[in-house]
Design a protein around this ligand. Structure first.
Ligand SMILES: Cc1cc2nc3c(=O)[nH]c(=O)nc-3n(C[C@H](O)[C@H](O)[C@H](O)COP(=O)(O)O)c2cc1C
Ligand code: SF4
Length: 170
């Protein structure tokens, strides 16, 4: 282990935590609510203190927080957790949100409005890797069908209807 003394390009601070010799970023997928957002943020504070460079905010197991609200927003409650973390950690470590980002316009909305630093994409890119090109350049893409159980899950046959649709277009 060596001391990472590189300048952090995000907040320009000098990092002072330990990394492996070939230095790399350490990101942690952290609970956004457990059982409430304030407790989840306190847990994430410990990760950041320990040297985490980048927070990816997901859900938690217990939800007991009436302050989480995405009513009338284009994103869902899971993304709302990432946004809350970004409000707290913004400028210190980059924060990413996840869940339900299936339209390129939503990915752009979250970034362009400064709600988070990055977005994590799951099923959108499993359904069609061209989703990223659609975000950047409005390229055509096949939307995730939102299957009750994603076909790429463990033990599943990987028969993704979006992939079938893409192949049919070739
Ligand atoms: C096939 C599949 C496998 C996943 N595996 C993991 C995993 O190993 N660890 C994890 O934290 N989340 C995992 N997830 C959850 C995703 O990271 C993501 O949180 C979830 O799919 C919601 O985002 P989405 O709506 O963009 O798909 C998985 C999701 C899918 C569909
Ligand atoms: S299997 Fe269904 S839920 Fe999973 S990526 Fe394909 S279309 Fe989306």
């Amino acid at each position: 282990m060596v001391l990472n003394s590189q300048e952090n390009a995000y907040d320009k601070s000098k990092r002072s935590h330990y990394h492996q010799p070939d230095d790399f970023l350490i990101s942690i997928r952290t609970a956004g609510i457990e059982p409430d957002v304030a407790t989840a943020i306190r847990c994430a504070e410990e990760y950041v203190k320990a040297g985490c460079d980048y927070l990816q905010v997901s859900t938690g197991i217990e939800w007991d927080d009436p302050t989480v609200d995405a009513e009338g927003k284009p994103y869902n409650q899971f993304c709302a957790l990432g946004i809350r973390f970004h409000e707290h950690f913004g400028g210190r470590v980059p924060v990413s949100c996840v869940n339900g980002i299936y339209e390129p316009s939503l990915a752009r909305y979250l970034i362009e409005n400064g709600l988070v630093d990055t977005v994590d994409l799951g099923k959108a890119v499993l359904a069609d890797p061209a989703f990223c090109e659609a975000v950047l350049n409005d390229a055509p893409f096949v939307r995730c069908f939102g299957c009750p159980q994603c076909q790429y899950g463990p033990g599943m046959p990987h028969k993704c209807p979006a992939e079938t649709k893409r192949n049919a277009r070739k």
